[in-house]
Design a protein around this ligand. Structure first.
Ligand SMILES: Nc1ncnc2c1ncn2[C@@H]1O[C@H](COP(=O)(O)OP(=O)(O)OP(=O)(O)O)[C@@H](O)[C@H]1O
Ligand SMILES: O=C(O)[C@H](O)[C@@H](O)[C@H](O)[C@H](O)CO
Length: 173
């Protein structure tokens, strides 16, 4: 169960999704956050069916129909463990709702920031299936967390370690 502690931090955060568009740092920050919390880290990129990876690699944005089974995998990755950090874009409310059906106590950490930073990080990144050209479609789908969704927002314009520090000031297991 999640409750706000007396300091306003979200307590009971043991199943965490680090969300945001491509290039926001989900894998980088998610891994560091999991290490700091002593929790396993699972990269949602590794849970995609091969057909999704082929599509993204070819520069074709995924459709909702491509995402449902993947989001179910994300939900199961969380629900089958007592604690975990999963990197998953979870761009739209309906995608987060899908994850919550399986893992109701999930907390979302939205890595948010301006297009210019996202673009420069994606253009500098090597050896990843996701092309920078898909950033526009990702930003078009993005729906920020709503007030009734358990989660926090972190601004990506800091070093990963600093982001982890900020996140740990707002959530605690
Ligand atoms: N806070 C940060 N400061 C500087 N560089 C960062 C930061 N976060 C991530 N990066 C770098 O930006 C690039 C994108 O980060 P990362 O791959 O973690 O993003 P992602 O959200 O997981 O992307 P995707 O959804 O496409 O898998 C990487 O090269 C990473 O090293
Ligand atoms: O929902 C989506 O459009 C995609 O699944 C992407 O967001 C990828 O999972 C990933 O973030 C790219 O590496």
């Amino acid at each position: 169960m999640t409750v706000k502690s007396e300091h306003g931090a979200i307590a009971g955060a043991s199943r965490i999704v680090v969300m945001g568009v491509s290039g926001s740092g989900k894998s980088t920050v998610g891994q560091a956050l999991a290490a700091a919390l002593g929790m396993p880290f699972i990269d949602g990129d590794d849970l995609h069916p091969a057909s999704n990876v082929v599509k993204m690699r070819s520069g074709i944005p995924l459709e909702d129909e491509d995402r449902w089974a993947w989001l179910d995998e994300v939900g199961r990755a969380l629900d089958s463990r007592p604690a975990a950090v999963v990197a998953c874009s979870a761009l739209a409310r309906r995608y987060r709702d899908r994850i919550r059906v399986i893992a109701p106590d999930v907390i979302f950490v939205h890595l948010d920031g301006p297009r210019a930073i996202l673009e420069s990080r994606l253009n500098a990144r090597r050896n990843h299936f996701m092309p920078a050209a898909l950033l526009n479609s990702q930003l078009a789908i993005l729906e920020p967390l709503e007030l009734d969704e358990a989660g926090i927002v972190a601004d990506i314009d800091s070093e990963p370690d600093e982001l982890v520090r900020q996140i740990l000031g707002k959530i605690r297991p």
